[in-house]
Design a protein around this ligand. Structure first.
Ligand SMILES: Cc1cc2nc3c(=O)[nH]c(=O)nc-3n(C[C@H](O)[C@H](O)[C@H](O)COP(=O)(O)OP(=O)(O)OC[C@H]3O[C@@H](n4cnc5c(N)ncnc54)[C@H](O)[C@@H]3O)c2cc1C
Length: 544
């Protein structure tokens, strides 16, 4: 079926298929990979092309901030084949059992499915993301040192971050998508609106192609896999039959916005004056070790029993070592240049020149870094936190203000409650106590030492705005990820998470997409719809 550009689709043309997947990021590509080779015809729509288009991305993904949220990097979402996995760091973390549990001290907590239900989908998800040893990490294999023992025997637990080998899912899946018999990937095809018929089924999706030409894809099932912000945006944008948007009969679409508040540098250890043994001891929280479980890094988390007894949110702490040389303007220039060469495409000619000059001025420091002669002077703490679902933490869309693809623009009001800050405070206390036990007293924490609120930024993990629930009154999708009240519309991605713990979301997104693919195949089979005949799938003419 191959990968085609929507350039070849005529105005008002109607393409027909069995399943239409909207979005080709982690969730969409997983669905395509799982459905590939079956008798089900699939069209996967991708708003972007095969390469990044910064202008279209800036226009369509721009978000208006509401409230006192200070940083706005959430706009950084990938809008081309592979989605945000073109930009992600590949860090993998597993949810804890408590993340799925109903916790009396966390309003609106509790997933309608058990975490153990996902056990059977994780192995496939881990193979797609190339994390072979995702469930077998064994702390005793880690090169132990004094601090690890201090932490391991103390009040906090140690858990690993793992790394995905599939850094860019679009690139990895491209050969498979190109030769797929039954999955057609249609790029430059931005879904604009879902069309619902009088029996409350989605009949088609209106798509905007190059030059603003619109056409329609009809299917028996539709999956929104457009990302944590675009999924609710499309539901709200589709207001022809239901004024408030699809699945929004209880006003839940776009509410309960979650991310992972990240604190960087709120805690610091001055390493000067420490013994080598003490330095080595703290360095493990910065260390990525290549071993039997691939690349791993340790972080500190609250044990479940402590979360319960002290009514804390889930929270993880790790960090990194910094040399004085890394704080120079020359190092900043080097990082920008490296990003540019790596394909971020974010620098213009003037910036490049300025960065080169700056690097020249700081050549001695850069040389010391490059040759390993720079000594770390500081350990910087990174907090990766959970926040509780809050109905007022939400996005809205403005139907009078459209982007170039005809989608209403988004405003986002991110609310982080007191329990996140209380949990961060407790983690810093425990960290300070643990390192004092091995004689390190140079930890300073803005969280502990000041009454001012520290600045938290998001981690580009938008979640929660089409949350999973048993009843329509409490959420947007049911435990099968089907939109309440709409028989043939499903959602894949972190927008379905009712709570999001502190874990990096993509492995869970992929596991849920594997599960959804199985469910859709089953529905196709039982409805007798999977009757693929090659010629039935309409093919646009324009290959890439
Ligand atoms: C800089 C950065 C670093 C990250 N690091 C990590 C990490 O280390 N670990 C981790 O677990 N997660 C990380 N993430 C998050 C991770 O990338 C996402 O969790 C994951 O990609 C989400 O998958 P998705 O398929 O739901 O959405 P996406 O991957 O964002 O894909 C959505 C796709 O849908 C397309 N689309 C959007 N709207 C439409 C439309 N109207 N019509 C058609 N197509 C549309 C988009 O163009 C995009 O290709 C990071 C994200 C960023 C930005």
């Amino acid at each position: 079926m191959a990968i085609r550009s929507a350039r070849g689709v005529a105005v008002d043309e109607i393409l027909t298929t069995d399943i239409c997947v909207i979005g080709s990021g982690a969730a969409g590509i997983t669905l395509a990979r799982c459905l590939d080779g079956s008798n089900t015809r699939v069209i996967m729509l991708e708003a972007g092309g095969l390469k990044r288009d910064l202008e279209a991305e800036a226009d369509s993904f721009h978000i208006e901030q509401v409230g006192d949220w200070v940083s706005n990097p959430i706009e950084e979402r990938g809008r081309w084949l592979g989605g945000s996995t073109n930009l992600w760091f590949g860090r993998i973390a597993l949810p804890d059992a408590i993340d799925f549990a109903e916790r009396p001290w966390v309003p609106k907590s509790g997933w309608p499915i058990e975490l153990s239900e996902l056990d059977k989908w994780y192995p496939k998800a881990a193979s797609i993301l190339e994390v072979p040893h995702f469930d077998s990490f064994d702390l005793s294999t880690w090169p132990m040192n004094e601090t690890i023992s201090a932490f391991a025997g103390g009040h906090v637990e140690l858990q690993p971050f793992l790394w995905s080998g599939a850094q860019d899912m679009g690139k990895v899946a491209k050969p498979l998508l190109e030769r797929s018999r039954n999955v057609m990937t249609l790029t430059d095809a931005a879904a604009q609106e879902l069309i619902v018929d009088e029996s409350s089924r989605v009949d088609g999706v209106r798509v905007v192609g190059p030059g603003g030409r619109t056409f329609v894809v009809r299917a028996s099932q539709f999956v929104l896999a457009a990302g944590g912000i675009e999924n609710p945006r499309l539901l709200l944008a589709s207001n022809e039959r239901f004024e408030a948007g699809i699945g929004n009969q209880h006003g839940n679409v776009g509410r309960y916005y979650l991310d992972h508040p990240r604190g960087e540098g709120h805690g610091r250890i001055d390493l000067r004056g420490l013994t080598q043994k003490q330095r080595d001891a703290i360095a493990f929280l910065d260390e990525r070790v290549d071993g039997p479980f691939g690349t791993t890094q340790l972080r500190l988390v609250f044990p479940e029993v402590m979360q319960r007894s002290e009514e804390l949110l889930n929270h993880s702490l790790h960090g990194y070592l910094v040399c004085d040389e890394q704080t120079s303007a020359g190092f900043g220039s080097y990082k920008r240049l490296r990003g540019h060469l790596g394909g971020s495409g974010l620098n213009n000619g003037q910036d490049l020149l300025r960065d080169l000059v700056e690097m020249g001025r700081h050549a001695p420091e850069l040389a010391r870094l490059a040759t390993g002669r720079a000594t770390p002077t500081k350990f910087v703490v990174v907090d990766q936190m959970e926040h509780e679902p809050d109905r007022e933490s939400r996005m809205t869309v403005d139907h009078r203000n459209l982007d170039r693809f005809g989608l209403p623009r988004v405003s986002l009001d991110w609310r982080i409650g007191e329990s996140t800050r209380r949990s961060q405070h407790r983690m810093h206390e425990l960290f300070r106590d643990a390192i004092e036990d091995i004689g390190i007293t140079s930890f300073s924490s803005d969280v502990l030492d000041s009454s001012d609120e520290v600045e938290l930024i998001d981690m580009k993990h938008p979640s929660g705005m089409t949350r999973m629930s048993v009843s329509a009154a409490d959420g947007v999708v049911d435990p099968d990820c089907r939109v309440h009240g709409i028989d043939n519309l499903f959602v894949a991605g972190s927008s379905t998470f009712p709570t999001s713990g502190h874990f990096n979301p993509t492995l869970l997104i992929v596991a849920l997409a594997v599960r959804l693919a199985r469910h859709l195949s089953e529905l196709q089979r039982t409805s007798g719809r999977s009757t693929l005949r090659q010629q039935e799938q309409s093919l646009p003419a324009s290959p890439h």
